[in-house]
Design a protein around this ligand. Structure first.
Ligand code: 5GP
Ligand code: MG
Length: 471
């Protein structure tokens, strides 16, 4: 699976552009391909965006350029649209409602239909990102105010969106009626922050107020303060459970609860569902850490550091060629021989997608002397592609779609393999099971998806990066 996006917005804050920069730093795990910030000083919009990591793109000169006390930012790993400069978010435009910039996390499942209609009516698209349809629809709306135009637009788009929108003297935030992706509201002095995860609030010293609710459209300006509206489309929530499994940072509150605690609970349940006699429990850093702690606590088998991570390596997922990716896997994690030698080891990781990274990790752990390797995965088998913002590979590439658990065990070379059950996973989170989307595990898609896998508005010949590996 690949990463999608993180969004951040600051309203009425000194140095809003610099706050965005910090916020994007905290959200970098949500997308490493490109980043962008758009600020507004009441008159002009200022834009700095580029391919690469936040730390590579911005310097003090570029940050000083981002004037104004309102700004939005975005980090992205493309799920729709290819990797080029025009596709870097925030997208911005002059519209009939004034200058508008938007940053979007998610996938609009009816974007292609909307695009075809807009194009046939003469719209000129600048990017191949699904989010651009929102700009066009807001601009073309007959409604007079930007908030009414946005309400009308959002009632007509489907799929997953957590949005921040910047215009003259206002900031808007919106979440789709299912609430697939997280989006939170925070306070900083007299100003407000909206962002994907609370770890970004922590970094800038902002206070978490609440989640933007599924279907909520929040309009923030100086005269009215906060004004909340509801999408006319009503449905029950479908919070993406994969945010808790892998995506979000453990120090964030997501859908109202601590990601670390949820992962620890996954690990405890896994220990009850798949106990084993062993000498140590280790995690595959960093994604398996919290669950491994939970497994160790519940099984009363000591937790050990079986692998050290080199923090100076970018994500293996974003390496462009197979050869470099293979190297990247080895550079990133090195087993600690003195810990593993002669031991029966429980190895905990968060998920198996294609199985290729996992196989290499198991091999490395054995090579370092482990006598037995008992692999425990703190989520169920990933069996179906995601259509709501997580870029799962095609079904054929998901190892669990074509192999039985025992065949997977054999493929990765483990002595035993246990996956957390779907019920075990959904009992570990605090809302009712029916309020989560677990489609990647159980195939139950909360929204009917037309044009499966065809969100990009380009000819089929223009393709994204080749398949990537695990982190
Ligand atoms: P696999 O063994 O399937 O090749 O890779 C499994 C690893 O991929 C796990 O360690 C898991 O943390 C990681 N992973 C799962 N989903 C994603 C994702 O969307 N992006 C990245 N970068 N890694 C992922
Ligand atoms: Mg991982």
């Amino acid at each position: 699976m690949r990463e999608e996006c993180g969004v951040f917005g600051a309203f009425n804050c000194d140095d809003a552009g610099k706050l965005c920069y910090l916020g994007l730093y905290a959200l970098q795990h949500r997308g490493q391909e490109s980043a962008g910030i758009v600020s507004f000083d009441g008159k002009n919009m200022y834009v700095v965006k580029d391919m690469g990591l936040v730390s590579d793109i911005y310097n003090s000169e570029k940050l000083s350029y981002l004037k104004g006390n309102t700004a939005i930012g975005h980090v992205r790993y493309s799920t729709t649209g290819s990797s080029n400069i025009n596709n870097i978010q925030p997208l911005y435009s002059r519209t009939s409602k004034g200058k508008i910039a938007i940053a979007h996390n998610g996938n609009l499942t009816n974007a292609y239909d909307l695009y075809k209609t807009l194009i046939s009516e003469g719209a000129l698209f600048q990017s191949t990102v699904d989010s651009e349809v929102i700009l066009h629809m807001v601009s073309r709306s007959r409604k007079l105010s930007v908030i009414d135009a946005m309400k009308e637009t959002l009632a007509n788009i489907q799929g997953a969106y957590s949005l921040v929108v910047l215009g003259k003297e206002y900031l808007m935030a919106a979440r789709d009626p299912h609430g697939f992706r997280p989006l939170v509201l925070g306070k900083l002095g007299d100003g407000f922050i909206v962002c994907s995860e609370t770890c970004a609030l922590d970094l800038i010293g902002a206070e978490y107020i609440r989640d933007i609710e599924p279907g909520e459209i929040l309009f923030i300006d100086k005269t009215a303060g906060l004004k909340s509206y509801q999408n006319t489309v009503k449905t029950k929530p479908s919070f993406c459970v994969f945010e808790h499994v892998y995506f979000s940072r453990p120090d964030s509150l997501v859908f109202g609860e601590s990601v670390h605690n949820v992962r620890k609970e996954f690990g405890k349940r896994l220990a009850r569902e798949y106990p084993v006699d062993a000498d140590i429990v280790m995690s595959i850093p960093d994604s398996g850490n919290s669950a491994a702690l939970g497994y160790a606590e519940e099984s009363e088998i000591p937790f050990e550091f079986g692998m050290t991570r080199n923090h100076y390596v970018g994500r293996t997922f974003i390496q462009p060629s197979q050869q470099i990716r293979d190297l990247g896997v080895k550079i990133k994690l090195n087993p600690i021989k003195s810990v593993l030698d002669g031991k029966r080891v429980v190895v905990v990781d968060d998920s198996i997608v294609r199985g290729t990274t996992c196989k290499r990790r198991v091999q490395a752990i054995r090579k370092a002397g482990a006598r037995e390797v008992h692999l425990r995965i703190s989520s169920p088998p990933v069996n179906y592609p995601c259509h709501f913002g997580i870029d799962t590979p095609k079904r054929e590439q998901l190892i669990a779609a074509s192999k039985s658990i025992d065949e997977i065990r054999e493929f990765v070379g483990a002595d035993t393999l246990g996956y957390l059950s779907i019920d075990g996973m959904l009992e570990s989170v605090s809302c009712k099971a029916s309020l989560y989307c677990a489609a990647c595990f159980n195939g139950k898609y909360p929204v009917k998806v037309k044009n499966k896998g065809k969100y990009s508005f380009e000819s089929r010949k223009i393709k994204l990066y080749a398949q990537k590996n695990g982190h």
